[in-house]
Design a protein around this ligand. Structure first.
Ligand SMILES: Cc1cc2nc3c(=O)[nH]c(=O)nc-3n(C[C@H](O)[C@H](O)[C@H](O)COP(=O)(O)OP(=O)(O)OC[C@H]3O[C@@H](n4cnc5c(N)ncnc54)[C@H](O)[C@@H]3O)c2cc1C
Length: 512
């Protein structure tokens, strides 16, 4: 019995692909299991990385803690900057602007979240825009940033600043590679040209590289990006296409010269055939136009993007094609797809790197032996489905909750049929401003409330329990929160000052 167990233990893992997904996975596995599992990573310089994916959500700091990554060092080495949220311009209608900030809105009181009291105060004309009641949404447009100072009094907005990172994707993969190799991961350069499967079980036994090497392993992690070499090409796991809800299928990416200090937020501007991102780094600004190919040609999109940059373009726009959706199963036999190989919800809310992290966490929690028990796979796949679908709904919200009618693209997304799950969320919020987080869904109340209000969805009422609070107490709460948030933001330095003091990167010879 003892022997049977040890024979089934995973001894070797092959990670195929060396983008963010591959190196995050290899770094996390080697950190967690030490040298008791042999980790090999295969990547092809000739194929290269996707090289986009430079804005994140706050969860990445937990990944960094697992890897014992020093934050300042990480930011320096990736030419990174900090992010309090995303500024959405022209989404609800042209001229609108709101920030979807991380963190909380105001202070909850009794049974109810803060925004319920705010809804009543606003109805009486006694409240400011919701952005005045959250540190992130107030500080971001003012260009203020700091990490929570160690001497901040507990329970104050300063003590709870929620933030994420912007970084250079290519430098991020290289940074993780150095760590992973130091932890014992073996990197093999080469292109996989064949995948060999066990005739009986269908499990993958090995991959063969162009130059003839054969790499065998007990478990394979498919991090081959949109190619999905193992999960798609080899195992034939089908793809659930979400283009009817998320019709953008191409992006053009181009860096431009940095003009002024980096903003502590990502900017997303709605455009006639999609939207444009702007990600400030220390050495350059990343930009891209995400669009639907049936709404604009590549040439027109490239010209549009180049005409809407802050600074001089540092190269030609690079085209990336994608299809929104996910594989029916992310874990099949002894192959687990992590990263773009598993699916893509589209980059609007910077969730893809989070989904890599979530995939790694799930793999650790459900770590199998060589038999890859079906119950483990089923659980992994069900959780991944849940996670991707609820993020998908949140992204669709930005498109459907619009009054824009200036192009076929916006007319389509404004009037398209929605997933039932999203419709239910919208109806609940319209009724009396409520939102219920579905289990461990990634985006919580703050996110949904900010985006729904920011896109012009107005609740007809508020929770009846708000009436139990006397008007003067309610107004005192609203006024107190406003003052505390403003006072805390007043204590924050400017983002660039904070970077200079904490994590200034060396001058970069190259903008890539
Ligand atoms: C337009 C766009 C914008 C994005 N923006 C964001 C964002 O702001 N935030 C965010 O979190 N995410 C974003 N993403 C997603 C993010 O880019 C990816 O999740 C992340 O880069 C991980 O990619 P990956 O490692 O799965 O794939 P890739 O970077 O494509 O890496 C694939 C790897 O597989 C290797 N490979 C492929 N085939 C073979 C083969 N036959 N043999 C050997 N090696 C092979 C390649 O060489 C490469 O190393 C964006 C994606 C797109 C398309």
């Amino acid at each position: 019995m003892q022997q049977q167990q040890s024979q089934a233990t995973i001894r070797s893992i092959a990670v195929i692909g060396g983008g963010s997904a591959g190196w995050m996975t290899a770094a996390a596995i080697s950190k967690s299991f030490g040298r008791s599992i042999r980790v090999t990573l295969v990547e092809s310089e000739e194929i290269g990385l996707i090289g986009v994916g430079e804005a994140t959500v706050p969860h990445l700091s937990a990944f960094n803690r697992l890897l014992q990554i020093d934050e300042a060092e990480f930011i320096r080495q990736t030419q990174g900057s900090f992010k309090l949220g995303i500024q959405f311009n022209d989404w609800g209608k042209i001229g609108d602007s709101y920030v979807h900030g991380f963190g909380t809105i105001g202070r909850d009181l009794g049974l109810l979240p803060f925004h319920q009291y705010w809804l009543k105060a606003r109805a009486a004309g006694k409240a400011k825009d919701i952005s005045a009641y959250s540190l992130n949404t107030l500080a971001a447009p003012l260009g203020k940033f700091m990490v929570p100072p160690s001497d901040a009094p507990p329970n104050t907005p300063l003590a709870e600043i929620a933030y994420a990172y912007h970084f250079d994707a290519v430098r991020y993969a290289a940074f993780l590679r150095r760590r992973a190799e130091a932890q014992g991961v073996t990197r093999i350069e080469g292109k996989v040209i064949a995948v060999d499967r066990n005739g009986e079980t269908g499990f993958v036994d090995s991959v063969t590289l162009e130059r003839g090497d054969v790499i065998a392993a007990d478990l394979f992690i498919d991090c081959t990006g949109f190619r999905a070499l193992l999960i798609g090409d080899t195992l034939g796991v089908g793809f659930e296409d979400w283009t009817h809800w998320l019709p953008c299928d191409r992006a053009l990416a181009v860096p431009c010269a940095k003009m002024g200090p980096p903003t502590p937020y990502t900017r997303s501007t709605a455009r006639p055939a999609g939207w444009q991102w702007r990600i400030p780094l220390q050495h350059r600004t990343g930009n891209g136009y995400v669009y639907a190919s049936n709404a604009i040609s590549d040439n027109e999109a490239a010209a549009f993007l180049l005409a809407h940059l802050d600074g001089e373009a540092l190269g030609e726009p690079r085209l990336v094609r994608f299809t929104t959706g996910k594989r029916h199963r992310l874990w099949d036999k002894n192959v687990i797809a992590i990263g773009l190989a598993g699916g893509f919800d589209e980059p609007l809310e910077s969730t893809a790197i989070y989904l890599i992290q979530a995939g790694i966490n799930r793999l650790m929690a459900l770590f199998p032996d060589t038999r890859c028990d079906q119950a483990l796979r089923d659980t992994y796949n069900a959780q991944a489905q849940f996670e991707y679908e609820l993020i998908r709904d949140f992204i669709i919200l930005h498109y459907c909750a619009t009054r824009r009618d200036d192009s076929d693209f916006w007319n389509h997304v404004r009037t398209m049929a929605l997933p039932d799950t999203l419709t239910a969320n919208l109806e609940l919020f319209r009724a009396n401003g409520q939102f219920f987080r579905n289990g461990a869904e990634m985006f919580g109340l703050t996110s949904w409330v900010q985006v729904m209000l920011g896109q012009g969805i107005e609740p007809r009422s508020y929770h009846p329990a708000v009436e139990w609070v006397r008007d003067e107490d309610l107004l005192r709460l609203i006024g107190h929160v406003e003052n505390v948030v403003a006072a805390n933001v007043g204590l924050m330095p400017r983002h660039e000052e904070f970077i200079t003091r904490y994590c200034a990167a060396p001058a970069s010879g190259t903008h890539y």
